[in-house]
Design a protein around this ligand. Sequence first.
Ligand SMILES: [Zn+2]
Length: 508
Amino acid sequence: MFTSKKRLIAVILSIAVILTTGFMMLTASASDENQVKNNYSGKTPKYVFLFIGDGMSYPQIYSSEIFLGKKLYGDSKIGTSKLSFSTFPVEGTCATFDAETFIPDSASTATSISTGNKTLGGIINMDTERKTSFKTITEYVKEKGYKVGVITSVSLDHATPAAFYAHQPSRNNYYDISVELAKSNFDFFGGGGFKQPKGSKGDQTDVIEIAKQNGFKYVNTKEGILSLNSESGRVIAVNPVLDRDKALAYEIDRASDDLSLSDFVKKGIDVLYNPKGFFMMVEGGKIDWACHANDAAASIKDTLAFSKSVDQALQFYEKHPDDTLIIVTGDHETGGMTIGFAGTAYETFFNKIGYQKKSFLEFDKEIAQYRENTPASEAKLTDLLPSIKESFGLITSEDADASKNEGMVLSDYELETLKGAFEQTMIPAKERKLSERESILYGTYEPLSVTITHILNNKSGIGWTTYSHTGLPLPVFAKGLGQEIFNGYYDNTDLFKKMVSILKIDIK
Ligand SMILES: [Zn+2]
């Protein structure tokens, strides 16, 4: 009796110790949060740039830097070449989880950055109940007299840009989102187009008409866009060349005389520049799309294009160093991209990435054409080998160039993998029934294209874990007024708090 009573007391005591320790750990993490520096009392910047690389975290940035380094040094030495923003004086890290998951989407993460609130995936600037709207950083700065610009390489009604002007229970409400854009009092929208300009059934008032009635000028020619300036008024500038999703082409596919993301940032600065100041959000949206498809070359080229667009802000900074702040970050990582693959162990061969001449999407078109024109009984992988060589540099051991380019020769294992993918690819997508194994191999992508990029990426020493997003934290680079408070390891909602403090906004 006595012994068991003693044991009971011991148990109660240990539970108390566990609870106390747990409480202490909780308070420890709370005080860590308090140590995040969200307060700034220095000079307020007039010009603020917020660049968001969609799906861009350390792997997307670092793979681009290794790729550049390889081009620069060849085999003579090992080294990276920095992107425009990775030389910024301050770099911090931010966590990306949303109100329900460690693997968030662009809607909830952009809501965190734009309003400082966590919400559910798919929601744009509303609470988890989809009832209360949150006020955005752009709405606050507009009230302070700043001009506001939103630029993206994907459609203007896509989740990330939408989170800087819209409030919607679902990111898929493309028409309602674009109506909010058209009715906004913001000053510049540039880049991609609208997915449903007349609604999902095509029976609503054209969003461009609503925008014009609200005083916007709509420009969608190259000449028109290039001639924009500070006298142009409030502008919606849509690239004349758009893909099926109303986005700019992947940088790897872009014709050299077509407009780039960088051109839109340049023109955005021209339109927005004024003595009271401006706030510009720029999204590099197709880094994410390339990584969903596990296409490293497309991801790297779009990351480089994003870096070039930051160069425009840096040139502006050189002219206005005492009035400018540039922030560059991502929203979440996509693809589980990494440097390192089981088949290449401790080595990388990034020069192989350079053989790829077009995105998976452009190659999909070639496959679709072949599938349409070839009876299933006659289809054979060898028919496509010449275009696989031309577009990705991959060759078989029988190819005439095999002996002088051994690194690009497909191994027996790789060739078998390619044959399996080819069989699936020849089945029209609607009739394809993928096993669990095949779903992991191909995701929802064209089996042959995704297998080709997997093989080329793996040969280069790049691995992928998913066709979705991951929970990896993100880097945050800052340069200019207030840069110092971006140091440290914090939450994505802190980005909003930091901007609020730097811009001296009264939160109502
Ligand atoms: Zn995203």
